[in-house]
Ligand binder design. Structure first.
Ligand SMILES: [Zn+2]
Length: 321
């Protein structure tokens, strides 16, 4: 048993049938971490589902009601790109509860994982791109409301832009959009409470990318070295502007060169160096970290599992757990 806490439940499985999203990846990551002795059973923490009042800190009452009653319109269901079912809704409430737990454990232990979550395309009033509930936003708003932190930073390294995150938190400014006279990276005036960084492939879903505090729009086929340089720059710039009390790392596996929905060219080794860089920067500044997994659509699902397991290995190495 180590101090590295991994929040996981078999209930994270998404009942979506045959789908490009590998719904079994959470179970496979759990199995592999145990089999390779990266973790032992006692490192895992079973989450409770988020309460409706937690979900409502981010999502509109109308949307939550539609999800609970099964009254989404066909268009709304199509936009989610996963088939609606009560079981699906339960899995997303559980993932959000898992991210709340991981945020709390991250604050207590310096770093913690949700072996799931990272549903960064969910908006307050609708789901999109396989994401129904924005678990990371729910976790941030919950622990802010509980008085555990005031300021959080999201570092989104999924290959797809964090449009839901940006729509929920904007550029980090309390009052909404920046003034036209200010650049979007300037955070002046009202004290922002969430600073959002997204590194993503420019030429990919979503077509409309609402502004994050820092957006790095990467060209197609960006490789390891360039990616790591951009990430280093974004983290340095973000942390010059904003001092978070929690860093929420959205560790998507889909910048991988073999990803079916991604067009970047990172290697498995490069993705591990990415993880190490985020953890090293956070550790150097004693910023607690919570990790979620987001996307990963490698042609071979075992590669996605390897990339996600490597994020745990990187955390153990950097935080010496
Ligand atoms: Zn993605």
């Amino acid at each position: 048993m180590s101090a590295l806490k991994l929040v996981y439940s078999d209930g994270y499985y998404l009942p979506i049938g045959a789908h490009v999203f590998p719904a079994e990846k959470y179970r496979l990551v759990h199995e592999r971490l145990l089999k390779d002795r990266v973790a032992v059973a006692a490192d895992f923490v079973e989450p409770k589902p988020a309460r409706d009042e937690d979900i409502l800190l981010v999502h509109t009452p109308e949307y939550v009601s539609k999800l609970k009653k099964g009254t989404l319109s066909p268009l709304e269901e199509a936009q989610m790109e996963v088939p609606y079912s009560p079981e699906l809704v339960r899995a997303f409430w559980l993932a959000a509860g898992g991210s709340i737990k991981a945020a709390e454990l991250g604050l207590e232990n310096g770093v913690a994982f949700n072996i799931g979550g990272g549903f960064h395309h969910a908006f307050p009033d609708h789901g999109e791109g396989f994401c129904v509930i924005h678990d990371v936003a729910v976790a941030i708003r919950r622990i802010q409301k509980d008085g555990k932190i005031r300021r959080a930073m999201t570092v989104d390294c999924d290959v797809h832009h964090g449009n839901g995150t940006a729509a929920i938190f904007g550029t980090g400014r309390a009052g909404g959009s920046p003034l036209p006279s200010e650049t979007k990276q300037k955070v002046g005036g009202a004290e922002p409470d969430v600073f959002t960084i997204s590194l993503h492939q420019a030429n990919n879903y979503p077509a409309w990318k609402p502004p994050s505090s820092i957006d790095v729009n990467l060209p197609d086929r960006t490789g390891d070295a360039e990616y790591l340089q951009w990430l280093d720059n974004a983290l340095s710039s973000g942390l010059r502007q904003f001092q978070p009390e929690l860093l929420c790392y959205i560790a998507g596996a889909d910048p991988y060169k073999e990803d079916q929905l991604g067009g970047l060219s990172l290697t498995i080794e490069g993705l591990k160096r990415r993880d190490e860089l985020v953890f090293r920067v956070a550790k150097a500044r004693t910023i607690p970290v919570m990790v979620t997994y987001a996307g990963g659509y490698a042609r071979n699902v075992e590669d996605t599992v390897t990339i996600h397991c490597n994020t745990v290995i990187a955390a153990k190495e950097i935080f010496q757990l």
